[in-house]
Ligand binder design. Sequence first.
Ligand code: FE2
Length: 378
Amino acid sequence: MFEFTAGDAGVQVTGSAIAEPVTLSWRWLRDHAEDAASRDPDTLQRRVDTFTIDPSATGSVTHTENGFTVSWADGTTTTHSNELLSQVVDDHCRTDWSRSMPDSFSMPRHVELWSSPADGPDEVDIDRFLTADDSLAHGVDQFAKYGYLVLRANSTSPAPDYARAEAFAKRLGYVRETIFGGVWDLKPDLTEHADTAYDTVYLAPHTDGTYSHDAPGAQYFLCVVAAQEGGESLLVDGFAIADELARTEPEVAATLASAPVRGRYIEPGIHLEAERPVFRTDARGELQQVSFNNYDRAPFLLPAEMEERFYAAYGRFAELANEPSRRALVTLTPGDLLIFDNWRTMHGRNAFRGARHYTGAYLNHEDLESKRRVLANR
Ligand SMILES: [Fe+2]
């Protein structure tokens, strides 16, 4: 269907089905390589570090039966299939890139932005939250303002278990069922789900469900067994980064509010995909959601000029998201619970040792909004 020819700027794609040649830049090719070192062969999650790719690196192309390989100046070789590239180019050529997309946004009201953990929400006693309405109202208000909440167990708290995790969901709304089930157990076990979250390695700040049209509104973890060492949750305010970029680097903010980014999740029998910009706004131009997960980013091809801006903006966002000074580090001991707004607050985890065991679930965003309105109007 297409022919792939190496050129100065990358690999040029031609074919009878497309009016003009399309170029796959060298950087794009490095970011979308399909060999096992670049991409997990089972989940197709990205292994290559997008943000350390040298945009000026070039390679030499050798054609193979199913596509081609690229030999890079640093000695690595990556593989690329006709199948993936054809699908991406076909999709690219079907898109009307001249249509206008929103590129500026305002911040929602009632939001308290934070760029350091010291400016975060009050901690709340978990038993009072589950039984006393004033504590529930205070916790929900803090969650709505700051995008996360830490609930601490006390000496008389019941044992943390599945039933307690379920009771917490019912206090706020109801458990959202997903491919991971309702209330789930999170402990190192790659036999059940091959996702990086079920490993023990460091997880960089991200949001969940970039592959879902309606990503989970919130996620919570109830600590059953703490890690022997490490394993702290790390949180970053995505809205604070959006606000900062809009004020200081408006072109970067505009690119992140307009370039569509696709996410996907693959395991046997499942292939989920969805697409939205990193900063999603509503019809009034108010920021509604930050989505960022480079592990789960699916292949897509932007027009050359937009691709350049996208990689620069996406890399800048990642740089800010990974600044240690922005992180709230949360250490949970058994019985403690952490809930965060998955449409705003990115989460990650330090690497750990030991049988760390959390139980938790997803909640819908509208149910938390509902709870805030109802409690505010008591
Ligand atoms: Fe996650």
